[in-house]
Design a protein around this ligand. Structure first.
Ligand code: BES
Ligand code: MG
Ligand code: ZN
Length: 496
């Protein structure tokens, strides 16, 4: 666990953020004096332009401040929360690369003024926590593991009340950051380990008997059969792994207040089923449960923050595998609400398991339902991997989600639902079909998938197609490779 403290001087390794074209802050100048002009030298050296995330590092002879890192913030008018968090994360990862395990960060006064001191603390600490996480528990060479941070000091001249608020922000930031990392851990864990059964075990760990705790119920195959969850059962029937329908009930709001229901796709591995994925498109399909992991991360944070709302989490979880017992193209499955679905492709499985969960959500007479799903490759093609798609039938929810995602430094992009998409998934033989295209097969894939989900909703609803829930390769300068926990922070802002 990293220890956070607040101080007014820059001790240990000093991190000094600087805006482009503005120069050293008052705090920077003070340290510059202490270090005999080293900072000015670094600032004025050729090549350092204080561009966003640009860094200059130097060790010193000073006992109090053995090293300094100047980090560029870019132009003041361009710096937003997302940028600041990226910069903080990049600093953490860069220092860890130098085997440094603690630093003090000069708090930029202007940014604190803009965000408010509590939010500044919260966002900064979330950025530190998420940068500090590495999925390296399966590495056996200790040297290869990331040395985690021991101590971070936020350094600035602050009033007593500011300090108090900063402390509150830090506390919330730790909680939220750890919830984001929990989602990432669930996503990163290999699919042979993170089975539907283990995902359900993880959900059970969130159970808490306290009045404000989570109640957790796990439905197994016989109960699903009784309830008529034919789509989840259909998708899971080719796998040796038992399907689980995970229900979390967090009821800390008023007794008669309608709940917000969060639904998350929990495919622990998506091979495509009989319509098996070609080439290397099966790689990364351990991440196909990130919708469910996002819901678990949100529930963990919600309980930790003691948010006074009624919130339900629903996670249909199973594996999509090819075998002699698999569901087939041409099969017709019956969803929880009695509607029938013609199977056009076994790789369009996410929308099927969500059909059962979304119709089950009706039982809660929800105020609103928001689902998270790694639903379509098409959404990734459209948006890349740093934005997720947002769909819905309620303008207010959509506007609020967009707004809150910006406040959290995450990015959502509103994409369309519409008649042409609903038309594309009509079936000749059942109520609806699980694939379709606008005029040609495949066209409008993210929207036809969303239209399929819409068919199972009769309440205010939004759908987030998680096209940016994991990074490949080495990851990004501010966050390491693998699942990134997208959605947890936005939803906490939304529910707070
Ligand atoms: N889990 C995938 C979507 C996906 C693909 C997420 C790549 C992240 C990265 C989903 O189940 C799927 O296979 N979708 C198909 C739908 C098609 C068969 C209509 C797709 O996107 O190709
Ligand atoms: Mg699939
Ligand atoms: Zn899938």
């Amino acid at each position: 666990m990293t220890k956070y403290s607040i101080n007014n001087s820059l001790k240990t390794v000093a991190v000094v953020p600087v805006f482009e074209k503005i120069g050293l802050s008052a705090q920077g100048k003070l340290l510059d004096k202490q270090l005999g002009g080293l900072l000015s030298e670094m600032y004025n050296s050729n090549g350092f332009k204080a561009k966003k995330m640009q860094m200059s590092f130097s060790r010193t002879q000073d006992k109090e401040t053995p090293a300094v890192l100047l980090v560029g913030l870019g132009e003041e008018k361009n710096l937003n929360i997302r940028g600041w968090k990226q910069i903080v994360g990049a600093v953490v990862i860069a220092l860890q690369g130098k085997k440094i395990t603690g630093f003090s960060l000069a708090v930029p006064a202007g940014l604190v003024k803009k965000l408010g001191v509590k939010k500044f603390g919260l966002d900064t600490v979330v950025a530190v926590e998420t940068a500090n996480y590495a999925f390296d528990e399966h590495k056996t060479d200790k040297e290869e593991k990331v040395g985690l941070l021991d101590e971070v000091i936020l350094a600035g001249e602050l009033s007593a009340s500011d300090k108090n608020n900063l402390q509150k922000g830090i506390k919330e930031g730790v909680l939220i950051g750890q919830s984001v990392n929990y989602t990432r851990y669930l996503g990163n864990t290999p699919p042979s380990i993170m089975t539907p059964t283990l995902l359900a075990e993880e959900a059970k760990k969130l159970a808490n008997p306290a009045p404000q705790g989570c109640r957790v119920k796990i439905l197994s195959r016989p109960e699903m059969k009784k309830l008529g969850m034919g789509c989840l059962l259909g998708v899971s029937q080719g796998s040796v792994e038992e399907p689980k329908f995970i229900i979390l009930e967090y009821l800390a709001g008023k007794k008669n207040e309608k709940p917000t229901v969060l639904v998350g796709k929990g495919i622990t591995f998506d091979s495509g089923g009989l319509g098996i994925k070609p080439g290397n498109s099966m790689n990364d399909m351990k991440f196909d449960m990130l919708g469910g992991a996002t819901v678990l991360g949100i529930m963990k944070a919600v309980a930790g923050l003691k948010i006074k709302k009624n919130i339900i989490g629903l996670i249909p979880a199973c594996e999509n595998m090819p075998s002699g017992s698999s569901y087939r193209p041409d099969d017709i499955l019956t969803a929880y609400n009695g509607k029938t679905v013609e199977i056009g492709h076994t790789d369009a499985e996410g929308r099927l398991i969500l059909a059962d969960a979304l119709s089950y959500a009706c039982e809660y007479k929800p105020k609103e339902v928001i689902d998270f799903a790694t639903l379509t490759g098409a959404c990734m093609v459209a948006l890349g991997n740093d934005r997720s798609g947002l769909f819905g039938n309620d303008e207010k929810i959509i506007a609020k989600l967009k707004n809150k995602s910006e406040e959290a430094g995450e990015q959502l992009w509103h994409l369309p639902l519409g008649e042409e998409y609903a038309e594309a998934i009509k079936s000749e033989v059942a109520d609806i079909k699980n694939i379709g295209g606008v005029d040609k097969p495949g066209l409008g894939g993210a929207s036809t998938a969303a239209a399929f989900l819409q068919f199972f909703t009769d309440y205010p609803w939004a759908h987030i197609d998680l096209s940016c829930s994991y990074y490949g390769g080495k990851g990004k300068p501010w966050i390491r490779t693998g699942a990134n926990g997208f959605g947890v922070e936005t939803m906490i802002e939304y529910l707070k």
